[in-house]
Design a protein around this ligand. Sequence first.
Ligand code: KIV
Ligand code: NA
Length: 265
Amino acid sequence: DKPVTLFEIGKMRAEGRKISMLTCYDASFASLLERAGVDILLVGDSLGNVVQGQKSTLPVTLEHMIYHTECVVRGATRPFIVTDMPFGSCHESSSQAMRNAARLLAAGAQMVKLEGGAFMAETVRFLVERGIPVCAHIGLTPQSVHQLGGYRVQGRSEAAAAQLKADALALQQAGAALMVMEMVPAALAREITASLASMATIGIGAGPDCDGQVLVLHDMIGVYPGKKARFVRNFMTGKTGIDEAVASYVRAVRDGSFPAPEHCY
Ligand code: KIV
Ligand code: NA
């Protein structure tokens, strides 16, 4: 199969073909996820939680992200590879973000993901104008866990919903091609997705009407020991292999059966 490109992702969005994304941190899983047909591998800073055993993503460093990106890149050629900019690596200034994003691209990432709304638009534009594709991330942004007062649904009040809508438009205007929405009411995520002309939305706890879905790999194969969030489905249930579970996730995203109402807010 041809490698997934940003162009192909834009086509999927335009044609209403759902985009499947999973986190990935090593070469063996990259290869398995590729064989199961996953479109986008996210080298997420959730590796702090699921690989390192940290309580949050805050201790994850740029060096960690580079190392895991290099591991993932060796394992797969078809999926598009997105790497998170870790806490403190992009919020100081556009030039700081550029310097660190360049290292992630040198490690093999094809796009960087950064957390934050309209306040990050200037940085997003700076990167995109210099050839670095950007995935935005709004709603529950785990690097702000202490500010947000825990891992809670975002955009519940009218003011918070209006802010998320404005954030999405600002990030699209700045040139972000993708945007993760995390723990946002399904109705709001649907409205935001419909309001966008070019940026594709990827939901996690954001309902079925985003252009694609993402989950943390360890959550969806049931190996993460923490409490299962409402938006997670364990795809290993009734399966005999991880390859089958991941293939079933890809099918469920494509046919719209995941997320179901019980996974939504
Ligand atoms: O790090 C991560 O796994 C993420 C996803 C939850 C979107 O950012
Ligand atoms: Na992340």
